[in-house]
Structures are given as C-alpha cells and as structure tokens.
Ligand binder design. Sequence first.
Ligand code: G
Ligand code: G
Ligand code: NA
Ligand code: MN
Length: 253
Amino acid sequence: LLIETQLREAIREHQFVLFYQPKIDIRDQRIVGYEALLRWIRPDGSMIPPLRFIPVAESTGLIVEIGEWVIWEACRFISRQQSKGHDVTIAVNLSARQFTDQNLAAMVERILIRTCAKPQSLTFEITESMLMGDTDAAIAQLNELKNLGVALSIDDFGTGYSSLSYLKRFPVDELKIDRSFVKDIPEDTNDMDIVAAIIAMAQKMNLRVVAEGVETPEQIDFLNNNACYLVQGYFFSMPRAEQELFHLNYQPL
Ligand code: G
Ligand code: G
Ligand code: NA
Ligand code: MN
C-alpha cells in the first residue's frame, strides 16, 4: 500500500493543488464559474492524475481529509476573487464517503464563515449513484447543504439510472450532462437524442443544465440550437492552475 503512505505524505507536505476549468456561457462567451479539479504534484514535478489516487483515497477514507482541504482551498479562491470584485462560482466534487459524512454540512458552514466566501458562490457536484442507496439520508444531507445557501449539481448525469420521479425528490439546482454523450456529437444521432432529451427535461424541471467535455464548434452549435448555454470542455480550456487562469481571452465576471 505504497500509494496510501504517499497520500498521507502528500497531505502533510502540501503536494495537492486545485486546477480550475472554466464554465462558459456560450451566448456571450463569458466565464460564469469554474470546476475545481484536484491535482497531486510530486516533489519531482510529476503529476499524478486523480483517477489513480482518488479511488485509493476513497477506499482508505483519506478522501475525507483531502476533501476538506479541497473545500477550504476552493473557498479561499472564492474569497480572493470576491476581494478583486469578481463574482465567480466554484464547483467542488464530492465523493460518496464525504457525502455520507454526518459532519459535512457543519464543516462546510465553518469553512464558509472562516473564509468569508459567499455560499451562493459554492456548488457541490455529486453523482447520481450517490443518491441511490439510502434516499432519505441523501435528501436530508442535500437539504442541510442547501440550507447553507450553496448550490447542488448532479455530475455525470445520464450514466446512472435515476428515474424522473426519483430525480424530482432531490433538491438540486443543476444537471451536468456526462461527456460520454457529448463526445460523438454530431456523428452519433442516438447521443444527440439523449442530450436533447436531458436538456428538455432539465428545462421542465427548472434545473440549470451544463454540458461537459465540449471540444468542437459543431458540439457548441448543437447545444446552442437545443438551448443548452452552459458548457465546459477543452474547446474553451483545460483545467489550469490559478495563476494561469486569466491568460485566457475570456473575462471573468
Ligand atoms: O480532471 P480530471 O482528471 O480531473 O478528474 C478525474 C476524476 O476525478 C473526475 O471524476 C473528478 O470528478 C474527480 N475529481 C477531481 N477532483 C476531485 C476532488 O477534489 N474530489 C473528488 N472527490 N473527486 C475529484
Ligand atoms: O467526473 P467529472 O465530470 O468531475 O470529471 C471531469 C473530468 O473531465 C476531468 O478529468 C477533466 O479534466 C475532464 N475534462 C474536462 N473537459 C474535457 C474535455 O473537453 N474532454 C475530455 N476528454 N475530458 C475533459
Ligand atoms: Na465533476
Ligand atoms: Mn462529470
């Protein structure tokens, strides 16, 4: 369990950084917010991708401690932007282990107070599968978070198996269409039908909808024609370190 030992060392020695990927409104090409994505940079400069260490962090429970750092760091980012007059939202990914933690809402509240970050500037992304198991407990946790004033988003939407009636019970604000449905637009008409259906459904349910993994102008045209205006993806930007964010042409709000 070398990686577990290394993860503990990474926490202790501040080897984690947050990268930020902009979320763009394609109507005016402005940045409306960022998704925070965790990066582990080793002392030799090599970067270990989250897919290699997040599963280990989850299975060992270290994700709770790492995740707390992520929330602190995201709120400090919000606070720095606020003091420059930039009103941005930051989305933070939560894993199942964090979401079922009874202390989560109290911890988030403490961090919001200590950093002076506006709760409306913080969004939590959770996946459909995290809402499955104990539905009542999940709804209670979502309500506790909502009561703090933060926003809630369902990530990787479409890859789970939530029914519509099911979805209606969860107090969420946003759906993020999984990038697996976006990547083959405009070749795969099946995926186009699915994406159009998710967008229409989100509108009916009064949910914001964000398309992930947007890489081409054709995909942007398709989303625009179907009234999905919020997008993330390499077409606009990869996730970047904070100091590299404002080299983009897109101006933060
Ligand atoms: O950029 P990307 O390789 O960053 O992310 C890969 C996966 O890791 C995604 O599923 C993403 O949700 C997850 N991930 C990235 N950052 C975090 C984080 O801070 N916390 C959790 N729980 N998952 C994260
Ligand atoms: O599971 P989640 O949606 O949180 O994961 C986001 C992941 O998607 C991150 O690994 C991020 O780096 C990656 N990502 C973001 N935009 C794109 C894109 O346009 N193309 C691809 N292939 N990956 C992307
Ligand atoms: Na995400
Ligand atoms: Mn996703």
